[in-house]
Design a protein around this ligand. Structure first.
Ligand code: C2E
Ligand code: CA
Ligand code: CA
Ligand code: CA
Length: 280
């Protein structure tokens, strides 16, 4: 029922996803995976442009299934969201990422990242005590709030009536808020004014065709202008080629993330910046 894609991840087929009994058994397997310690985090650099020095990292969850091997979060996060396990898994992810960030901070390595970004699902945002969970994790791990950013999607913010209040409470702790996959959800520039947002992550789909002049490039340019005007930090996601990076630098982007700069790994190497043609 599952097939291997790219030799690295197991992808559950859509037919399988559609069958609720299979969903239920995947849900049960996730519960067991959390109890058995089968989840781990990988970290992908977010770099400053044009230097490409590591400014931050994004934590991404992985599941090592004892039989199926590595399962993609695109396949299991929606199931965990559906059965509610994401609340407990998400709290584990947050604690793990903050513990790791605090150990980097204490190592006092000049090339270490200054910020840890953690993804937060819609379901977590709709929990009334979410800000309390964040406060507790920060206190118990010792990580100062200014080192943490939480990534939420536009859809998650729109979906729940308590999400905005939750975000304000989190922000009051001193944690940054990033709008993830910007431009793919119910995009509304109005949200940038009403939601307590600090960072705008421009979705990979806009970066893909950047080298070709046209609508995508126009949107990417417009988004850096809007960000600058509103005092937001823009991060370009999914940068894979030097040409894309150079276009972004020319447009005024100061932060980017993508395979060009580094893939997500359990033990990222922060030491080696990349030479862009446009870098001084
Ligand atoms: P996302 O938050 O938009 O994360 C970025 C995804 O793009 C990651 O996939 C990352 O590996 C991939 N990526 C980064 N740079 C490139 C690139 O240059 N090219 C390409 N093709 N891909 C790139 P990943 O790790 O498979 O995660 C997929 C999605 O699963 C995430 O999208 C996020 O929505 C969700 N997810 C992952 N980890 C977590 C987590 O800890 N909590 C929650 N709630 N969701 C998570
Ligand atoms: Ca993200
Ligand atoms: Ca994203
Ligand atoms: Ca995404």
């Amino acid at each position: 029922a599952a097939k291997v894609t790219g030799g690295r991840h197991v992808r559950y087929t859509p037919e399988l996803d559609a069958r609720s009994s299979e969903q239920a058994s995947l849900g049960a397997a996730l519960r067991c995976a959390l109890d058995e310690g089968q989840f781990f985090l990988v970290y992908q650099p977010i770099v400053a442009l044009p230097s490409t020095r590591v400014a931050g990292v994004e934590a991404l969850v992985r599941w090592r299934h004892p039989v199926h091997g590595l399962v993609s979060p695109a396949d299991f996060v929606p199931v965990a969201e559906h059965n509610g396990l994401i609340v407990e898994l998400g709290a584990w992810i947050l604690r793990e990422a903050c513990t790791r960030m605090e150990s980097w901070r204490r190592a006092d390595d000049a090339s270490a990242p200054a910020k840890m970004s953690v993804n937060v699902s819609a379901r977590q945002l709709s929990e009334p005590d979410f800000a309390q969970v964040v406060a507790t994790v920060l206190r118990e791990t010792g990580l100062p709030a200014s080192y943490l950013a939480l990534e939420v999607t536009e859809t998650a913010v729109f979906d729940s009536t308590v999400a905005l209040d939750t975000l304000r409470a989190v922000k009051a702790l001193g944690v940054r808020i990033a709008l993830d996959d910007f431009g793919t959800g119910h995009s509304s520039l109005g949200l940038l004014r009403t939601a307590p947002v600090d960072i705008l992550k421009v979705d990979k789909s806009f970066i893909d065709d950047l080298a070709v002049p046209g609508a995508q490039a126009a949107i990417v340019t417009a988004l850096i202008d809007v960000s600058n005007h509103l005092g937001l930090t823009a991060i370009a996601e999914g940068v894979e080629t030097p040409e894309q990076a150079e276009r972004l630098v020319a447009m005024g982007y100061r932060f980017a993330q993508g395979y060009l700069f580094g893939r997500p790994t359990p033990d990222p190497d922060f030491a080696a910046p990349l030479a862009l043609a446009t870098a001084e």
